[in-house]
Design a protein around this ligand. Structure first.
Ligand SMILES: [Zn+2]
Length: 350
C-alpha cells in the first residue's frame, strides 16, 4: 500500500487569508482561540489510526501555545513552519519575508530543540510573482517547501508546475524546475535525507525540494482534490476515487492538507467577511471530521519528515533506528546551509 503524505496547517479560524480583509494580525488577540482543542481532536484521530503527519505551524500560534507544539512533536509528528503572521508571500518585500520566516523558524526550533526543515507558504502564495522567496528559504536553512499548488485560483497557483515532488535549481535569479524524469517520489525524498545525514553540506547549495499539493488530471487540466476546501466541497466518494487514481493508476503518493479549524463547525462566524469568503470557509465544516476518519481508514499515510524517512532508509544499511548525535549535530549545524546536491547526482542509482 502506497504511503501518502498527511499535512496539517496549524492556524486559528481568524488567521486565514480569506478573512484578511476584516481581521489583520494586529486584531488576532481579540478573538477567542480554538486552535488547541481542534488540533487535539486531530491528534487523537491520528493516534487512533496510528498515523504520523507533518504539522506546518504558524509562528504566532507556536509562541502562544508552546505546549501544543511540544505535544505534537512528542507524538512523533514532524514540526514545520507556516510563517509567523500568515501574510501572503507575494505581498511582502524580500526583507519582510526573511524576517517573518526567520522569526517563525526560531520560535519553533526553540520549543522543540530540533531543526525545522520544511516550510509552507500561507495560502500557497509562492507563485511566479514570488519565486524570489525560494532563495531566502534556502538561505534560512530549509530543505524543502510545500508551497506550490499546481492549479488556477484567484489567490494562489502555479498551474504548470509538476504534479509530484520536484527540485528547484536556485543557481539563477529566477529559480528553475529540475527535470525529474525517471525518479520516484520516494527516491527523491530518501536521496535528500541520506545526503543531509551524510553531512554533505555547503553554503553554495543550489537545490530545494518542492512538495506540491496533489491534483487530479482531468481533460489535461489539474483539478484540486487533496484537502482543505476541496475536501469539504466534493462528496467523499469523489475524493476517494480521485486519490485512488493517483495511488493505483499513477502509482504515486498524494499530498493531503487540512486545517484544525476545518473540524470545528461551532467556531464563531465572521460577520464582516465577503459572501465568497464565508462560503469557502464555512462549507461543510460539520462533515470534515467524519470524512477525515474515513480517509485515514481508506488510505495509508505518513509525515514528510526527511529526517525520519532518511533514517529509515539508512537503517537498511546501518543498525540504528535512532538519530545518532553526529547526525543530529549535522542537521542542526546545517541550519544556515542546506545540502549541496548537483542535479546530475539525482539520477545516480544508489
Ligand atoms: Zn494557512
Amino acid at each position: 500500500m502506497i504511503k501518502n503524505y498527511l499535512t496539517i496547517d496549524v492556524e486559528d479560524y481568524f488567521q486565514v487569508s480569506a478573512f484578511e480583509e476584516c481581521v489583520t494580525h494586529k486584531g488576532w488577540e481579540s478573538y477567542p482561540s480554538r486552535v488547541e482543542n481542534n488540533t487535539e481532536r486531530i491528534l487523537s484521530l491520528l493516534e487512533k489510526h496510528q498515523v504520523k503527519g507533518t504539522f506546518f505551524i504558524l509562528g504566532w500560534t507556536a509562541e502562544k501555545f508552546p505546549q501544543l507544539v511540544k505535544k505534537i512533536s512528542s507524538k512523533g509528528h514532524e514540526i514545520a513552519c507556516h510563517s509567523y503572521y500568515h501574510r501572503l508571500v507575494y505581498n511582502l518585500t524580500p526583507e519582510e519575508f526573511r524576517q517573518d520566516t526567520r522569526k517563525a523558524k526560531d520560535v519553533l526550533e526553540q520549543i522543540t530543540g530540533r531543526p525545522v526543515l520544511g516550510y509552507r507558504a500561507p495560502s500557497y502564495s509562492i507563485t511566479k510573482n514570488s519565486l524570489w522567496a525560494l532563495h531566502i528559504l534556502r538561505e534560512l536553512g530549509f530543505y524543502y517547501s510545500s508551497s506550490v499548488f499546481p492549479v488556477y485560483h484567484d489567490r494562489y497557483g502555479m498551474p504548470h508546475a509538476p504534479r509530484y515532488p520536484f527540485l528547484w535549481n536556485l543557481d539563477s535569479t529566477t529559480p528553475q524546475i529540475v527535470d525529474m524524469k525517471g525518479e520516484t517520489v520516494r527516491e527523491i525524498l530518501d536521496y535528500f535525507a541520506t545526503e543531509a545525514l551524510s553531512g554533505i553540506v555547503n553554503k553554495t547549495s543550489s537545490l530545494l525540494l518542492e512538495i506540491p499539493i496533489s491534483t487530479s488530471l482531468v481533460f489535461k487540466k489539474n483539478l484540486p482534490v487533496s484537502g482543505g476546501g476541496y475536501f469539504r466541497l466534493f462528496p467523499y466518494w469523489f475524493t476517494r476515487r480521485a486519490l485512488q487514481q493517483i495511488n493505483n493508476k499513477e502509482k504515486k503518493p498524494f499530498i493531503f492538507y487540512l486545517h484544525p479549524w476545518e473540524v470545528d463547525p461551532e467556531q464563531p462566524r465572521m460577520a464582516n467577511a465577503t459572501p465568497r469568503s464565508r462560503f469557502r470557509h464555512y462549507l461543510n465544516l460539520h462533515r470534515t471530521y467524519e470524512r477525515l476518519e474515513k480517509l485515514l481508514h481508506d488510505f495509508s499515510f505518513t509525515s514528510i519528515d526527511i529526517q525520519r524517512n532518511g533514517l529509515e532508509s539508512t537503517s537498511k544499511t546501518k543498525s540504528s533506528n535512532d538519530v545518532s548525535p553526529a547526525a543530529a549535530n549535522t542537521m542542526c549545524a546545517s541550519r544556515q546551509a542546506p545540502p549541496e546536491i548537483p542535479p546530475f547526482q539525482l539520477f545516480r542509482r544508489r
